[in-house]
Design a binder for this molecule. Structure first.
Ligand code: NAD
Length: 284
């Protein structure tokens, strides 16, 4: 079994650098997928209220023959119920959403809770972040962070709270490497976590430059891409429901990309996003 390194977050909590994502996995299939992942050696699982698979994910966690403290479980606050985040109801709505997620997962505490999308057109995050501060103080979550935030939204948080997000989970893969945002995170002690780290299994995995690097190491393109994430200091949470791929994606510690090949992969950037632009995204 491969050993995935941990990264230390800004509050001292450790997170495995490679985790397992379950977006688009139906609730009924989530139990089998997460069980397979844990049996393969993953210890970090990334879900969200909006994925509607916290119950199926939780079932796998109950069944796992791994102690709770060895697992790192992340879920995310969805936009609904907190539309007026600046209003007085915002804080209570967040606490209720947290309770619902925890109950579905069947857990007594979470390792990481994230604001899923910034929706900058809806005003300040004061009440959400106050609720997150309370969850942290009450020991109901080990670390709190954000997702899809840009420097502007992070600066807005810094203005009203001394609690710096432990990490920011954003779209990041060799075609969309987010260099500027990573530099901003490093400056402020925020870890970078990559969503769609494999580019959703689309054009990235057939990119000729990456295929060439993969051939050199006798590895798959997915493995080389995940290795690039690890060597770049980024946390990656690839998703698959196929047992062989779940195992393949974890088997990335037995080789090291050299500087030339890292540069080749860095050079594959297209700057094209696969997901929505967080500055305008406003689903409810
Ligand atoms: P991903 O980049 O992990 O790609 C997953 C897809 O790639 C799979 O569905 C499969 O088609 C393919 N794939 C996986 N392993 C493969 C392999 N070894 N060989 C070939 N193809 C392979 O995409 P994702 O699911 O979008 O992102 C991963 C996780 O990130 C999600 O499951 C979710 O947990 C998280 N996420 C978060 C946000 C957010 O807004 N915070 C948005 C999207 C995803």
């Amino acid at each position: 079994m491969s050993t995935i390194p941990n990264l230390t977050l800004n509050n001292g909590v450790q997170i495995p650098q490679l985790g397992f994502g379950v977006w688009q996995v139906p609730d009924a299939e989530a139990t089998a997928a997460v069980r397979t992942a844990i049996e393969a050696g993953y210890r970090s699982i990334d879900t969200a209220a909006i994925y509607e698979n916290e119950t199926g994910t939780g079932r796998a966690l109950q069944q796992a023959e791994v102690a709770r403290e060895e697992l790192f479980i992340t879920t995310k606050l969805w936009n609904s119920g907190t539309r007026d985040w600046s209003g007085p109801a915002g804080r209570d709505a967040v606490l209720r959403a947290f309770d619902e997620s925890l109950a579905k997962l069947g857990l007594e505490y979470l390792d990481l809770y994230l604001i899923h999308w910034p929706r900058p057109m809806h005003g300040s995050y004061d009440n959400v972040w106050k609720a997150f501060e309370q969850l942290l103080a009450d020991g109901r979550v080990k670390a709190v962070g954000v997702s899809n935030f840009g420097p502007e939204q992070l600066n807005r948080l810094f203005e009203t709270s001394s609690l710096v997000p432990a990490l920011n989970q954003v779209e990041l893969h060799p075609h969309f490497p987010q260099h500027e945002l990573r530099a901003f995170h490093a400056e402020h002690g925020i870890a970078t976590e990559a969503w769609s780290p494999l580019g959703q299994g689309r054009d990235l995995l057939t990119d000729p430059a990456l295929v060439k690097v993969a051939e050199k190491y006798g590895r798959t393109v997915a493995q080389v891409v995940l290795r690039w994430h690890l060597q770049s200091g980024v946390i990656a949470i690839p998703k698959s429901v196929t047992p062989s791929r779940i195992r393949e994606n974890l088997d990335v510690t037995g080789f090291e990309l050299d500087a030339d090949d890292l540069a080749v992969i860095d050079g594959a950037a297209t700057g094209v996003r696969l997901g929505p632009d967080p500055q305008t995204f406003d689903w409810n």
